[in-house]
Design a protein around this ligand. Sequence first.
Ligand SMILES: Cc1cc2nc3c(=O)[nH]c(=O)nc-3n(C[C@H](O)[C@H](O)[C@H](O)COP(=O)(O)O)c2cc1C
Length: 342
Amino acid sequence: MPDPLAFTRLLRTPLILAPMAGGISTPELLRGASRGGALGFWPGGYQTPEQLADKLTALKRAGSSAFGVNLFVPADEFERRPEAIAAYARALEPEARRLGVELGSAVRVDDWFTGKVAVLTADPVAAVSFTFGLPPEAALAALRAVGSVLIATVTNPAEARAATQAGMDALCVQAAVAGGHRGTFGNYPGSTLPLAELLAAVREVSPLPMIAAGGISSAAELGAALRAGAVAGQVGTAFLASSESGASSAHRVALTAPGARTAVTRAFTGRPARALVNEFLLRYGAEAPAAYPDVHALTAPLRRAGAAAGDASVLAMWAGTGHARARNSSAEQIASDLLSRV
Ligand SMILES: Cc1cc2nc3c(=O)[nH]c(=O)nc-3n(C[C@H](O)[C@H](O)[C@H](O)COP(=O)(O)O)c2cc1C
């Protein structure tokens, strides 16, 4: 049974530093944001259980106070159609030749989910949040038994209802303007309601505490999300250009480049995600199949080669619509500015 007060005890601040997988979150970023008053989440997505275990040890050894971990839930309903994936691979071949690499094939469909739950039951953290769906009951029971607060990312009222029925302690309500992957339970783009309207729609179907995610990059926007019923804002994009972020210099520069804009695309991973518009997104966005994580695996060597060469045209530069306001300050400063009117 969920403990209705568990989440209230955990959350002593209305600001959560979003987990940002793919090398953006760093232990320094979590520490800096925590000094500024935010609760940090470590992104467990794409990591092996061993990598996650090492990171938890390092974060705890460095004296990080309470923090959470985010996991990607493997889903089984994706259309991972082999012929569509093969056709996309053929379309990408010229790009691979241009960059002098082979397309990737190492698909890890389950993202080591069970192994990572075992790590988190052996070495518990304050909270575990889930993205891309609801985990099996056994995983929830194991994590609850070690005292972790359980949070589901939802993008529409139907997902919120399902998460509530599954016994979650809180919901991270993600609007379409958010940077990175849409947290949808299936491989669909999700609701496009503005954040305040989405919060109101979710409140209609669930009594759980709501964390608001998407487009919060100022104290005023955090205040608006709290007034709209959220207990906290989960912020990613505003920290992308911070001194402690792991974002590449190409990514940082692109955030504030003249004319920069974002779009939701499946081009890089096969799941809808919001990124800065670049040549790769424009050229391949329309033909990319709904095939996650196969497309993620296919394009990984292209993105690695682009990063090594400083070639932003093929990078997956995740960012929300607030990208132009990402500042190169310390994470501590960004967090305390966000909290300045609370
Ligand atoms: C670079 C980047 C990586 C992200 N990675 C994750 C992730 O690993 N897990 C997750 O639940 N959300 C991830 N997100 C989404 C955030 O949790 C959050 O919903 C989003 O950043 C909020 O919107 P904002 O970017 O406008 O602040 C990521 C966002 C960004 C910008």
